[in-house]
Design a protein around this ligand. Sequence first.
Ligand code: SER
Length: 615
Amino acid sequence: MKISSAQIRQKYLKFFADRGHAIIPSASLVPENDPTTLFTSSGMQPLVPYLLGQKHPAGKRLVNSQKSFRAQDIEEIGDNRHTTFFEMLGNWSLGDYFKKEQLSWIFEFLTKELELDPKQLYITVFQGNSSVPKDIESIKIWKELFQSVGMVADENERIFAYPAQKNWWSRSGEPDKMPAKEPGGPDSEVFFDFGQNLLIHEKSRYKNEQCHPNCDCGRFMEIANSVFMQYQKQPDGSLQELRQKNVDFGGGLERLAAVVNNNPDIFKTDLYISIIQIIEKITGHSYLEKINRPPMRIIADHLKAASFLIVDDVYPFNKTRGYILRRLLRRSAVKLYALTDKTPQSEMFNEIASNIIQTYQNTDYFDPIIDLPKISSVISEEINKFGKVLAKGIKMIEKTDSIDAKSAFDLYQSYGFPIELTAELLEQKGQKINLGEFKDEFEKHQNISRTASKGMFKGGLIDHSEAVTKLHTATHLLHTALRKFVGTNIQQKGSNITSERLRFDFTQSTRLTDKQKQDIEIWINQQIAEDLPVTRTIDSLSGAKAGGALAFFGEKYGEKVTVYTIGNEKTGIVSQEVCGGPHVTRTGVLGSFKLGKEETVSAGVRRVYAFLKPK
Ligand code: SER
C-alpha cells in the first residue's frame, strides 16, 4: 500500500492535533455504566454528554481513533466492504468550529495527506425536510473547495442532495426515529468512486446503469461523514437547536485504507491481508477463488472482533454481549469446518488470533504478553466445547428436509448452534425457519427473562435516569468498600448498571466471606446515612493520581480528566475516582444498599451484584 493503515491513522491524528485538537484515547468496546447499549459502535457514543453541553476536560476540539463494533452488521459480513469491527477516525467540535472549517479540513486531508484524486470524490448533503432547510451552505463550501483545485462541482453531477434516510445522522437514524433527548443533525458525506476498476475486482450490481453515489451498488464507497450535530429531539416530537453547534466526524479506517489501496476489497488492505494469508495456510484454500472469499472474510472479521471483545472483558455466554461473542466464535468454527471438512482445532484459532495481534503491533490496543494468552484461553474453551458437537449438528442440518421450531431448538440445546447460525445454514439449502416459533419454544423451555436484554437495545441511548445515576454512585462506594474489607490490591475489571441493579467485576480469586459481605453493607449504608457530598473536579491525570484518585483504566483516559469525590476534608474523603459521571450530589438520596449474588467471571475475576432500595 502506498500509505499504510498505520500511517493513515497517524496522519489523521496529527493533522487534527496540528489544528488544535486534543487526541483522546479510544474508549472500551463495552460502554462504561451505560445500560442501554451493548457495544460502542461509533466514536461519538462516549461523547454524547459533551455534545449535549457538558464541558469536556480536554477542551472543545477532540480527535481520536475509536474501536467500534456493530453487531447488527453480522449478517452482512462476507462481501468486500462490511465488517463488524472497525476503527473509526473521528474529530469533534464541541460548539467550536462548524461547516466551513470541517469540510475544508476533510477535503485537504483526503486530497493532500492521503493523495486521493479529487476527481474520484463525490459529495452528498441533506436536501431538507419540513423543519430543517436544505444544506445550501455545505453545497457552497464544497463548490469552492473543488474550484480551488480547478474543478467545477455542479449539483447532481458532483454534489448530490438526499433526504433524511441518507443524509441525516443520529444513533437511531432519521428525525422520525429519534427518541426524546437524542441529538442529531444533517450530514455531508464523501464517496470515493472506484469506477471501472470495480469490474475487475469484484462482481457488483453496477453494470454501467444509471448509478449515483448513494445507490449502494458497490461502485462508490462512503469514506467520510461530517455530521452537523446541532439539533435535539424534544418530548413533543419537534427538533430544537442545541445551545451549541457541534461537528461529529467519522471515517472508517478500513475503508480509507481500501481507497488508498485503490481496491474496494478492504480484506486486501494491510489491516486484513496477513490474517487472510494465515487462513489460506490453515485451510489450504486460496482467496483468489471467489467461492472461498465470503467464508474467509467471515472468519477474519469474526475472529478480529472476538479478539477485541475479549480484551475488553466480554466472555462467551448465552445472553447479550456474551451471546454475540459466542455467535462470532461458533460461526467462524462452522466456516472453518466448511472450508476444511475437519473439526477446527483451537490451535487454528490461536494462530489467527496471534496474527491479529501482530496486525495491531503499532497501536496500544493489545498487550501481546497479557492479551494473547487471555484470548487463546477464552477461544480454546469455547471451541473445544463446540467442536465436539459441531460435525454432528451440521450432519443433522444436512439430513433435515424441513425443520420445525422444535428441532431448531434441539440443535441449540444439544449442539449449541446459535439459532441465527441454524437459520443461515438452512437458508443455504433453500429452507426457512420461523424465528417467532423458535423464540416461543425457547421461552417455553428456558423461561429466560428477556426484559433486561430487550431494554438494552431500546434506541441504543445513554440512560442517565435517576436510578442509574444512584447506582453509579453506589458503585464507587462498593469499590472503596471492597478495597477496605477484602484487599487494597483489588482492581475494578468492569461495571454495568441497569435501572434495577449494579454489577461490578473485580480482581479476586476467592468468594467473599459472609463477614466481608456484612462489613461492606454496613459501611456503605453508614456513608449513605452521613449524606456525604459528591463533587466533580477537572484535573490532569497525573495530578488526579497524585491526589489519590483511583484510575484503573489509566491508558484509556486523556490528559485532562474528571474526578468524582465522595466526602470532603471536613467529613473525610471516602472515595475519589477518575470517572465520566454522572453522579448524585449527596449520598443521602441513595436509599438502602444490599449486596446480591456473587459469581466467577474468569480465573481471578469475580462479579458481584447489588441493589438500592428506597428507605
Ligand atoms: N457519528 C457519525 C457516524 O458514525 C460520524 O462520526 O458516521
